[in-house]
Design a protein around this ligand. Structure first.
Ligand SMILES: [Zn+2]
Length: 108
């Protein structure tokens, strides 16, 4: 028994690829691709590849539905990550000395 979902790309069925061709002669269609649910794209490994056959279909979906997607978790203010900044002297492979800025994450 195959466990799958249909690709959620809004234009998946319009891509001209041979693996989308279905139907009998004289009544052919391009069909949305199946996305097989396996241990790599479902359960604890859930990712966009659980619902989309390709990065392109994911991008098409995200671009078409960006307002709805953003409404799920709108960012109304900036987030901040506490850091400390260090200026340290470093040396290039060629022996040239220069000052380097290191950004270190601070636990809080
Ligand atoms: Zn697709």
């Amino acid at each position: 028994m195959s466990n799958f979902v249909w690709c959620h790309g809004p234009s998946c069925h319009k891509s001209h690829t041979q693996d989308r061709i279905r139907g009998v002669k004289g009544s052919k269609v391009l069909r949305t691709k199946k996305v097989t649910q396996d241990r790599w794209n479902s359960g604890i490994d859930l990712s966009m590849y659980s619902y989309f056959c390709s990065q392109g279909c994911y991008n098409d979906f995200a671009n078409k539905h960006v307002r709805e997607v953003i409404a799920i978790a709108p960012r109304t203010e900036a987030l901040e990550t506490p850091v400390s900044i260090e200026r340290v002297e470093s040396t290039t492979y060629g022996g040239h000395k220069y000052m380097e800025t290191r950004i270190l994450t601070v636990d809080n």
